[in-house]
Design a protein. Structure first.
Length: 415
């Protein structure tokens, strides 16, 4: 197995260099990386083809295979993402506050890099570039441990990114990849508390629970999205149909896709046939409770497990609820605090939903698919935090910084 301690030592040394870089130096490195990714995209695509063949041989298909796949358009988008990050304001060095105390001390808070960030993620090679870009811009070194499905793609990408760093006179160890994709390497990274300042898991529930259980490094939870859409009694049914279709079918394999649909009982007879037919036309399997099945006989009977499942596939659970209170209670019981939406024309109900739903992003009359760093104006994202510490929701540059107090004196001593 790779010596993660050596990677940690190199990352820590690199983090001290990154913390001193000017915004211009970091932006130039990002621009160089963007150009080099396009110039050497054939290397990435050829490596990705190997991953796709291996994935198919291992029975991976559908939405999960789509998350793994890279082509010219996606690589162009990845490259443009780095340029977008370069164009963002650099949060490091910002003095958040400064005040003068009665004893004459000037006490302020300054935004600084976290240091060394570890990221464990699954079959999405674009995350490799996003993580590199955001960590570099925020002055952090990063150790990446991607899934075995994307290992060839990730190796090719990291080689290009490290070459771009060297061209920019920045230590190439500012970004490193754990090439061993065994469970043991993942656990070892979770124990690298001597060098990692924070660990971010980005993937399914099993991955995140494993990190929470085993990590001795502080963890920011991201990713699991059992997202709901509640169709209120007062609603525009055509708008609701459009939103549900977008939230479920535009990219079912991502964490902000809708997994459960809740429908108020007073509109169930009219709305359910409409939405179920629309979803069926897009090959979505519908799993409904007894009332749903009575209204739309061709749906599959839902089980208790369905209410808590993040499918990441063309499957949706559908339930009829008696009231907005029942909808809120259901979401707060089964949701993963990611993204939740209400479709309604009732202002009072929309405000109740916004106030009472416990989630990182809560929508009124819009698709949950907007929970994304790019859509929120952050450029790329390191992940979507579902916890309540310093970062919640899409994590951009500011969420990858910490603060420290800076104090100016002129000889003060404490009595």
């Amino acid at each position: 197995m790779e010596n993660l301690k050596i990677k940690g030592e190199k990352a820590k040394k690199s983090s001290y260099v990154l913390a001193k870089l000017s915004p211009d130096a970091k932006n130039k490195a990002l621009e160089n990386a963007a150009k080099l990714i396009l110039k050497r995209q054939d290397e990435i695509i050829n490596a990705n083809k190997k991953d796709l063949i291996n994935a198919k041989d291992n029975g991976i298909n559908g939405a999960l295979l789509d998350r793994l796949m890279l082509n010219q358009n996606r690589i162009k988008s990845i490259s443009e993402g780095l340029l977008q990050i370069a164009a963002l304001n650099d949060p490091t060095g910002e003095v958040i506050s400064m005040k003068k105390m009665q004893n004459g001390l000037m006490i302020g808070q300054k935004r600084v890099p976290i240091g060394v960030i570890g990221i464990i993620y699954e079959a999405r090679p674009n995350v490799t570039v996003d993580a590199f870009g955001l960590c570099l811009k925020s002055g952090n070194a990063v150790i990446l441990r991607g899934g075995k499905e994307a290992i060839n793609s990730n190796i090719a990408i990291i080689e290009i990114l490290q070459d771009a760093l060297l061209e920019s006179n920045i230590p190439k160890e500012s970004v490193q990849l754990v090439e061993n994709t065994s469970r043991e390497s993942s656990i070892a990274l979770m124990k690298l508390h001597e060098y990692l300042d924070v660990l971010i898991p980005r993937g399914g529930a099993a991955l995140i629970q494993s990190v929470i259980k085993n990590s001795t490094v502080p963890v920011i939870e991201t990713g699991v999205g059992n997202c709901h859409i509640y169709i209120d009694v007062n609603t525009d049914m055509n708008m609701a149909t459009s939103i549900v279709n977008n939230a479920k079918t535009s990219r079912p394999g991502v964490c902000n896709a809708a997994e459960t649909l809740l429908v108020h009982k007073d509109i169930a007879e009219e709305f359910l046939p409409q939405i179920c037919l629309s979803l069926k036309k897009k090959n979505v399997e519908i799993r409904g409770d007894e009332i749903v099945k009575k209204i739309v006989p061709y749906v599959v009977q839902a089980s208790e497990k369905d209410w808590a499942t993040e499918y990441l596939d063309y499957i949706i659970a559908v339930k009829v609820v008696d009231s907005i209170d029942d909808a809120i209670n259901h979401i707060n019981t089964y949701g993963t605090k990611h993204s939740e939406a209400i479709i309604t024309n009732n202002y009072h109900n929309s405000q109740r939903f916004l106030e009472e739903i416990d989630a990182a992003a809560v929508y009124v009359n819009a698709s949950t698919r907007f929970t994304d760093g790019s859509e929120f104006g952050f450029g790329a994202e390191i992940g979507i935090s579902t916890q309540k510490l310093h970062a919640r929701g899409p994590m951009g540059l500011k969420e990858l910084t910490s603060t420290k107090y800076i104090i100016y004196g002129n000889g003060q001593i404490r009595e």
